[in-house]
Write a protein that binds this ligand. Structure first.
Ligand code: IDP
Length: 143
């Protein structure tokens, strides 16, 4: 399978728990490479734009408020089958349903504060990467 890129957010709850390095370790142990990364404190507009597809959902206001409650780490992960592999590492949206050993089982307190985000398909990955990174910020691994 060809190399693929996906987009990841370590959400404010996980940043507050000081587990950025532990989460990066899971990505790297699974063969995913970080090819771009930065820490950001999202504005309300940035969070609303990122989650625009959920704007009509009852939890939208709480989601935006949570995502702007503290800094996040955003990164682009590259590897074989990266979108699917990353979703597997994250676990189910609701940590109650997440398999043991997944990031959400280990670090998420609830569906509202669930530690991590990962693109759900190649098309959404491309859109989400472009939302936060320019092409020039994506660093090809040359060695
Ligand atoms: P995903 O993050 O696993 O892809 P989505 O369905 O795309 O899940 O939802 C985006 C985010 O919205 C979730 O990660 C979660 O933070 C929040 N969310 C989704 N469904 C609910 C809900 O029923 N109640 C509260 N928050 C929710």
């Amino acid at each position: 399978m060809a190399l693929e890129r996906t987009f990841s957010i370590i959400k404010p709850d996980a940043v507050a728990k000081n587990v950025i390095g532990a989460i990066y370790n899971r990505f790297e142990s699974a063969g995913l490479r970080i090819v771009a990364a930065k820490m950001l404190h999202l504005s309300k507009e940035q969070a609303e734009g990122f989650y625009a597809e959920h704007s009509a959902r009852p939890f939208f206001g709480a989601l935006v408020s949570f995502m702007t409650s503290g800094p996040v780490m955003v990164q682009v992960l590259e590897g074989e089958d990266a979108v699917r592999k990353h979703r597997e590492i994250m676990g189910a949206t609701n940590p109650k349903d997440a398999l043991a050993g997944t990031l959400r089982a280990d670090y998420a307190a609830s569906i509202d504060e669930n530690a991590v985000h990962g693109s759900d398909a190649a098309a959404s990955a491309a859109r989400e990467i472009a939302y936060f990174f320019t092409e020039a910020e994506l660093c090809a691994r040359t060695r």
